[in-house]
Design a protein around this ligand. Structure first.
Ligand code: XIL
Length: 390
């Protein structure tokens, strides 16, 4: 059962997500004249943002301001099509705590500025994360790794508190801790794991809740979208965190609020059996909801085989089906509040940015590299139009 406080947080969040986000406000305000960009950049209607609102969900994308500087269509299309922006890399530990002694928020603020100018909402992403299989990504700076455990733990709590407090009132969701469990559901030994178990995760969430009583706080992971030992463990962890409360002031009254609201399902998937089945996703969302836990698809994309720079027409159709059937599972669940895509154009994608991890795969977004709608976008549109009956 969702607590009154969580329900209240949700109501407030909904207001945050749609503050005057009417279709009237879609014309860019600065830079190239509105009609200039509108004529130059592909547009399609209705936007996903409008469709999502009709279905009582929110839709967002990961965002990198530097791409918008190089190409104004990147920004124009993102802010027209989506209701929410997530800094793709700007709130990782290496962005916020690159050097000892100061936290830097300028990169994240750039994303928030874009969002604010267009009345969009934002999410904070992966504050506590150490992808140990990918040290080459440099997510945790060396100086943090070198700290003695007690100071590292204190730094983690500070980083979460300061970041969440700074953006309080401007964010709907925060994925506070990212990828803390391994494939079999054990708590990973990472730089942040100074307790040898899940207690450090609870400490991070407690700090986040104290810093923002209203944001939706999510534990986020991959490979836990459907059913299996990892998603069993995510459910157990999330339940344990959801039972823990801290007393915080909400709208002038002190209440005991759960330190976690739900689970972020990353939803980086491929075609066929590369990823969970829709029925397993449905069953997983149901059991999370039964435990009072909210869900969001936090990083969705659907990678496909690419040969000599081309994707076959058949795979484009399969991709469309995959997007449609999975997004439909969020749409049919009251506990799922929406979908964030991990980028929206094949021009910029973390899949092609890391070819060693995804050899022969790419083309994962809903728009092509020139921002034209792919069949995948039609699949997402169809899911939003069908709403709860999809
Ligand atoms: C990725 C970014 O998209 C890349 O630009 C960066 O080099 C590495 O991280 N799971 C997550 C995301 O939770 O934060 C990751 O984002 C993709 C996998």
């Amino acid at each position: 059962m969702v607590s009154v406080v969580a329900a209240l947080a949700l109501t407030i969040t909904t207001v945050l997500v749609h503050p005057a986000g009417t279709p009237r406000s879609v014309a860019p305000r600065s830079g190239v004249a509105a009609h200039g960009l509108g004529a130059r950049c592909p547009r399609f209607g209705p936007t996903l943002r409008m469709l999502a609102r009709r279905a009582d969900k929110t839709v967002g994308t990961a965002y990198r301001p530097e791409y918008g500087t190089a190409d104004p269509c990147y920004r124009w299309v993102a802010t027209r099509e989506f209701g929410s922006l997530t800094p793709e890399i700007a709130t990782f530990p290496n962005a916020i705590a690159a050097r000892p002694g100061r936290f830097a928020f300028d990169a994240a603020e750039r994303v928030f500025r874009v969002a604010r100018a267009r009345h969009l909402c934002c999410q904070l992403h992966a504050l506590v994360w150490d992808p140990t299989e990918h040290p080459e990504w440099g997510i945790v700076p060396d100086w943090i790794r070198a700290l003695p455990p007690e100071r590292r733990h204190r730094l983690m709590v500070d980083l979460v508190s300061r970041t969440v407090r700074r953006f309080r009132g401007r964010v709907s969701h925060v994925t506070v801790v990212n990828e803390a469990l391994d494939a079999s559901g054990r708590v990973r030994p990472t730089t942040w794991n100074t307790t040898g178990d899940a207690r450090y995760i609870a400490d991070a969430f407690r700090a986040a809740r104290r810093a923002d009583p209203k944001a939706i706080l999510l534990y986020n992971d991959y490979g836990a979208e459907g059913l299996g030992s990892k998603s069993d463990a995510v459910l157990r962890l999330a339940r344990w965190l959801h039972r823990q409360r801290v007393r915080v002031r909400v709208d002038g009254r002190v209440r005991a609020v759960p330190i976690l609201d739900g689970v972020g399902l990353q939803m980086h998937v491929g075609l066929g059996t590369d990823g969970p089945s829709r029925l397993d996703v449905r069953a997983n969302i149901r059991r999370l909801a039964a435990a009072g836990l909210r869900v969001r698809f936090t990083e969705m994309d659907v990678r496909v085989p690419v040969a000599a720079g081309k994707v076959s027409a058949r795979d484009l159709r399969r991709q469309r089906y995959r997007y449609r059937s999975l997004v439909a599972e969020c749409l049919r669940a009251r506990s799922c509040d929406g979908v964030t895509f991990w980028g929206f154009t094949d021009d910029h994608s973390w899949i092609t940015e890391h070819p060693s991890s995804f050899s022969g795969l790419g083309g994962a977004s809903i728009l092509d590299e020139r921002y034209r709608a792919k069949p995948a976008r039609e699949g997402v549109v169809a899911a939003f139009r069908a709403g709860r009956s999809g």
